[in-house]
Design a binder for this molecule. Sequence first.
Ligand code: KG4
Ligand code: ZN
Length: 352
Amino acid sequence: MPPPGVILGIESSCDETAAAVVSGGKDVLSNAIATQHALHERYDGVVPEIASRAHLEHMTPVVREALSTAGTTLEELDAIAVGNQPGLIGSLLVGVSTAKALAWSLGIPIIGVNHIHAHLYSGLLGEDGDAPLPAVGLVVSGGHTSLYTIDHPFTATCIGRTRDDAAGEAFDKVATILGLPWPGGPLLDQLAQAGRADAHAFPIADLGEGSLDFSFSGLKTAVLYAVRGHPVGRGSDAFLQGTHGDWSETEKADFAASFQHAAISAIVRKVEVALERHPDAQGLLIGGGVCANSRLRPALEETADRCGVELRLPPQAYCLDNAAMIAGLAHVRYATGSFDEYSITASARVEA
Ligand code: KG4
Ligand code: ZN
């Protein structure tokens, strides 16, 4: 029997500092997260410099918490995994430096993990048995909205991506338009529950016959103009006359529900096209913060049922950025002895 592989995962690509201990790629022994939302809220978005500094402060306590909750010592670890791409470069570097220092000083392997591919793995955490591969995958997060095919053992190939905003970014920006605090995705989801999805017919981007790409900027602008009116004036003098304060709570809920309906329809349509194109797919793997959405979840369940594939939709704790998904995906490489050098670096971008 090979050792189960007890891996410490580290995640710091954006504004969550996270560490987790996962055994055998599936058994999550701990999943510690320190969020920075309070630091970025007043800027309506993540400020990279503030994020890197906060990662520096949070990293050691979060790693300690992950080890103590798991009841594991550093000496009991078999490898260190780190999300080293893509993301904010200053933030990534904090996680990568921590992982390198730990792996080198302990003399154990280091494994760099693609953060987006790790989101695809998040629905497999805690599962017994084999993953339903090959599969179609969907990542819907604050920074990415992409479709993948995933083959054995876990090779993800991008087959569609957003051409402008990510789905989570659109949720957050529309939430701001409606006067909700950042990051407004979850609050917009809540507000939409009191609204009518057919109150406004917002556009659902198609991008041509059979395209697997997404676009959310037209939808976002349509909501902006519906809430605040069309711009008055031209060029740099143009301004919007209205504000979200012009609308009642019921009317705001209608905007939220109608936007959410259009965004979710756009996402689900593309998933269906991807599954039609890949009839060999056994599974549908979902990841990213937006898959916590209360309407998207049942819509994806229906799609998976209709298309006859096994759905892997992560529980709430693994939808948002976390390190359990990093340690989990790293185990696929750990099992085959595929490790990185201690000179591993971070990369802000990746092609897939
Ligand atoms: O995966 P994630 O933690 O970060 C990235 O890797 O980007 O995703 C965060 C995104 C944010 O845009 C947040 O507003 C969105 O996920 N989000 C939601 C919900 N919960 C989180 N969007 C819609 N409905 C939700 N319930
Ligand atoms: Zn993410």
